[in-house]
Ligand binder design. Structure first.
Ligand SMILES: N[C@@H](CCC(=O)N[C@@H](CS)C(=O)NCC(=O)O)C(=O)O
Ligand code: FES
Length: 158
């Protein structure tokens, strides 16, 4: 048993490869490789401004990777979380009709429009290189853990 599971007995906080991607038939790349869950079903389909849609996605999910299906840096980032047994949300920008508008919004929010753009616990943590560095420094999992703790506390009071 991993330490974070031990710390949070009985919770189902860390899941990998939830059924939703397959059920929704989305994110074929991620589903086929058994990694992560789905491209957000609503993202890019609502009239809400891209920045607000991104805000909503990053506050609803502890780990969000803005990615492109063709990008191996993105695949490496997904693999990192997959190997840590951490569930993550992937938004494949090249699969969205208005993907470039989302890249523009990410530029406004993070200063770069490159992929991957990775958010943990609602905060931008960087691209693939930054994320690997955080992991090497032992700082990545605590950030994820903080988010799970926050969510489980919220549940307690509901
Ligand atoms: N050091 C950055 C490199 C990011 C980067 O250069 N990404 C390229 C793809 S690998 C990119 O986004 N190019 C522009 C684009 O696809 O719109 C990281 O680790 O994330
Ligand atoms: S590694 Fe080539 S597009 Fe990302």
């Amino acid at each position: 048993m991993s330490w974070w599971r031990a710390a949070l007995p009985g919770t189902q906080l860390i899941r990998r490869g939830s059924g939703s991607a397959r059920q929704l038939g989305q994110a074929a790349g991620a589903a086929a490789s058994g990694m992560g869950n789905s491209t957000s079903s609503s993202l890019g389909k609502s009239a809400t401004a891209p920045v607000n849609q991104i805000q909503e996605t990053i506050s609803d999910n502890c780990v969000v990777i803005f990615s492109k299906t063709s990008c191996s840096y993105c695949t490496m980032a997904k693999k990192l979380f997959h190997d840590m047994n951490v569930n993550y949300k992937v938004v494949e920008l090249d699969m969205l009709e208005h993907g470039s508008q989302f890249q523009d919004a990410l530029y406004k929010m993070t200063g770069e429009r490159t992929v991957p753009r990775i958010f943990v616990n609602g905060t931008f943590i960087g691209g693939a290189t930054d994320t690997h560095r955080l992991h090497k420094e032992g700082k990545l999992l605590p950030l994820v853990h903080q988010c799970y703790l926050k969510k489980s506390k919220r549940k307690e009071f509901q």
